[in-house]
Design a protein around this ligand. Sequence first.
Ligand SMILES: [Zn+2]
Length: 471
Amino acid sequence: MSALAAEVARVGEVGEVVVDLEISRAWLVDPSSGREGPGELVVTDGVIDAVNWLSGDEADGVDDRGIIVAPGFVDLHAHFREPGDEDAETIASGLAAAAHGGFTTVCLMPNTTPALGEPSVLGRVRAAAAASGSPVEVMAYGAVSAGRAGETLAALGELADAGVVGFSDDGLPVRSATLLRSALAYAGMLGLPVVDHPEDASQTDGAEANEGLVATVLGLRGWPSSAEASAVARDLAILADVRADVPGARLHLTHLSTAPALELVRAAKAAGLPVTCDVTPHHLALTDAWLAGWRRFAWDEPWRPGATVEASLYETSVRVNPPLRSVADAAACRAALEDGTADAIATDHAPHTSVAKDVEFGLASNGISGIETALGLLLAAVDAGELSLGRALAALTIGPSRVLGFRPPTVPRGLVEGAPADLVVFDRSDSWTVTAESLASKGKNSPLVGRALPGRVLLTVAGGRLAYNAS
Ligand SMILES: [Zn+2]
């Protein structure tokens, strides 16, 4: 057993304070200071006691391809299904999955049943999180519209007082421009962002797959790129208006998946608009060719009609909203991360029961159970030279913290002496095979089941307490 494995094995039980932990000769990445390199880290009584950066002979043989220590990841977008659909996921199973994925903070979407449109539902979510014993921090968005019905504003002020971190009707876009205008103004006065799922539903009625060659060959109804770009353009125009009256108005666009939409955000940022956005691991690593049974990453050999395929066609595990896009769109997602147009990586973790997925493609629920495979997909992109490790880790840590506005308790954590230990340790040189059993999530709806992914999480520590231990 290696020294690190022995250290991991004796660190304690999930939920317990990490009393003493010493990680020697690892590659430390601290996006908050922009520093990375060989080092050692000591945790005592849940607090980072020492961070020693190594140099010269001491650093020999330590590089960024082995054991990596980074601050705990923050997920801006996850669906844990409780209350209402506990067969698909509970707060407890979702938190276990988050910790397995290296996440120490999750922001839950309010499309539960009932929707998180009033403080009492937030109370239920918090009670379930406390009862789970997981130290992973749970945050939640409140609904934009009452009952997520898209007609009148939810009680944004009451929800803000209760502690929501923003407002979203995700699962659905805010269809009414008038409602979005009011929401941006009111949320802006409360100091919170509106998180929109940008989709012009008039273009996606009955849509099944990204509009393009794959959809045509498979006979699936097209889901045009313009449905996203036109929604983003509308949102940005409204934001520009509202901001003139409410300087605090902030818009966050989640799971952008197309080159034109990302280009609009790039231009809006250059013009000084207070907009942020995220992209998902699946949109940057997979393409619509996966619907055709192709199982290559977006940067590998492209699919051609008639290609010998590696999986069955129309697998519902790849049905997701927005849909998996083209090779060029996936490249645009990675480029947006690299140049800062995309502020964060969000998983859009969307667990479903087999009942919701074991149906005809067009009838299957949208979503991928993705919080445990996010790091692996990102490292696959890094290994292929398609993404830098530093940007990937920044977009999992300080990027999302900034979107949340740095407000306590989301102050950006770092590998800093005196800070609560909130970190993930993973072995980039090791891989793991995704199986239904290996996923802590109740949602086994992942197109990556059966596949080996790089980067095994060894240890996740959240707020000084053990959240996940691979041993
Ligand atoms: Zn969404």
